[in-house]
Design a protein around this ligand. Structure first.
Ligand code: SAH
Length: 489
């Protein structure tokens, strides 16, 4: 981030605009939304600016810019369109330490003006550091449609209530939750639809409820949040809501750092990452931690990769909460197999052909994984192996000795939806070789029994096809290659 966003207080401040053309008029229009005292210096001005001057909305100095015009100014805009003149204004302002913006010349400016969505007193500012103004406008258009036109009324009402609510709900955490309820629920709807009396009644009832609750014992809660495979776009709306409500975040290793951006900045963060075979906070400690935090009255968000109920040890955490009488909620997430299959366009079931799809773990707490492989190898079945990369050679051996066809298609998706995503298509016979040759690391999902051709689909071009070079029928040592990545045809 090169440009740091902030909002300047221009109440009764002096602001200078140098230039009298359309570009200057646009800035003046924006500035007129504030109560700044605006002075325009320009030899000629547009009709609009002249009109504003005649009505006393701005002061007009009908002459060229002089350095003394800068005296007492809080901000300066240069919009003459003349490089020499704009440059002189920029230099003079910089010399006096006054923030200056030269229209369309970031190099001469010390600040830039963002695109804004105006719901006074709510203002959303959007900037791309000049990288893509069109993108900023698109985001603005999107927000314009998302935010109710009279959102400002709600904010103003909240402002009027602020002190009263602070006196009535003293505990800051409770107060924040009170505001969250108020600004999302029926109170918000009543205010936005103009039903002020109704809003007043709802507020009184909410305050009464809050009073009752404050005198009861504090109840925290735990939410197990499925954060999906990595890309924050795959978070559910509920996951985002719960993230924003949380006082404490208890975070797994597979939760992408970008997801944390959706939580409140002041929420405590506890990282309990488990790296495969590496150091970790024990499950028992995690259970104790979430219970302790909830018992202190906090909203605990337990962030898990993918879906919490799939290989997420949710049962232990839920049962610890239940034993301590703490309400626990599960927010589902997109599990790795779904996300990875979607990334590579691979259907997990196929009409008449794949009628069962299973997810299995390739790791086991008690040493080697040991499956009823024949059931998974039924003709109409396919499956995804989670946590299987470290055990790939063993899994391959077990599958082949359980009677799996060596030519069974295998697709490995590593880092699905995250940085460093790779997909490798191979066969069961070549699984170990593919993992070794391409140095595949966790997290990765291994799909067994799924193939694009079988579904009548094209394999995406980005998929790496791995086939181990077979020993030629007649040994020709000079031409022998260890492995290649040519097409599987
Ligand atoms: N609860 C998670 C699974 C946790 S077990 C879920 O529902 O997805 C961890 C395993 O999930 C990893 O070893 C890997 O097999 C898989 N996994 C998680 N995130 C992944 C990703 N972004 N890409 C590929 N596999 C992933």
């Amino acid at each position: 981030m090169r440009y740091f966003p902030l909002f300047a207080d221009l109440a009764e401040a002096d602001v200078l605009v140098v230039g009298g053309g359309e570009a200057a008029a646009r800035k003046v229009r924006l500035l007129c939304k504030t109560s700044a005292r605006i002075t325009v210096v320009a030899e000629t001005v547009t009709e609009e600016l002249r009109g504003l001057a005649e009505r006393g909305a701005i002061a007009l100095l009908p002459r060229a810019f002089l350095a003394r015009d800068l005296h007492g100014q809080r901000l300066v805009y240069a919009a003459t369109g003349d490089g020499v003149c704009d440059g002189a204004v920029s230099r003079a302002a910089k010399a006096r330490g006054i923030p200056v913006n030269v229209i369309d010349a970031p190099a001469l400016s010390t600040f830039i003006t963002p695109a804004i969505v105006d719901r006074d007193p709510v203002t959303v500012a959007i900037g791309t550091e000049g990288a893509a103004p069109v993108l900023a406008r698109q985001i603005k258009a999107l927000l314009e449609t998302l935010l109710p036109a009279n959102l400002g009324v709600l904010a103003s009402r909240a402002r009027d209530l602020r002190d009263g609510v602070a006196r009535a709900v003293v505990d800051p955490r409770r107060r924040r939750r009170f505001w969250e309820r108020l600004l999302r629920g029926p109170f918000r709807r009543a205010v936005l639809s103009g039903a002020q009396n109704e809003a007043g009644r709802i507020l009184a009832a909410e305050l009464e409820d809050e009073h009752r609750l404050t005198h009861a014992t504090p109840t925290g809660r735990v939410t197990l949040i499925g954060c999906g495979p990595g890309d924050p776009d795959l978070l559910t709306l509920r996951a985002v809501q719960r993230l924003q409500e949380a006082d404490v975040l208890v975070v797994d290793r597979l939760v992408d750092a970008k997801i944390l951006e959706y939580a409140r900045r002041d929420a405590e963060r506890v990282f309990v990452g488990k790296t495969p075979r590496g150091p970790a906070t024990s499950q028992a400690e995690i259970n104790r931690l979430i219970v302790r935090e909830a018992q202190a009255g906090k909203a605990v968000a337990r962030l898990k990769g993918g879906d919490p109920l799939i290989f997420g040890r949710a049962a232990e955490e839920m049962s610890a909460c239940q034993a301590a009488d703490i309400p626990v909620e599960v927010v589902p997430g997109v599990t790795a197999a779904q996300a990875c299959a979607a990334r590579v366009g691979l259907p997990l079931t196929l009409r008449e052909r794949i009628r069962q799809f299973a997810v299995v773990t390739g790791a086991s707490a008690e040493g080697e994984p040991d499956f009823e492989w024949p059931a998974l190898l039924a003709k109409d079945a396919a499956f995804a192996i989670y946590m299987g990369i470290g055990n790939a050679p063993l899994l391959r051996r077990q599958l082949l000795s359980a009677g799996a066809d060596a030519a069974t298609p295998v697709v490995i998706v590593e880092n699905g939806t995250r940085e460093g995503e790779r997909t490798i298509a191979t066969t069961l016979a070549d699984l170990t070789d593919a993992v070794a040759q391409h140095a595949v690391v966790s997290p990765a999902v291994i799909f067994v029994g799924l193939d694009w051709a079988e579904a009548g689909l094209c394999r995406p071009a980005f998929v790496i096809v791995h086939r181990r070079a077979r020993r030629p029928a007649i040994e020709r040592p000079l031409e022998r290659r260890a492995a290649n990545t040519e097409a599987l045809t």
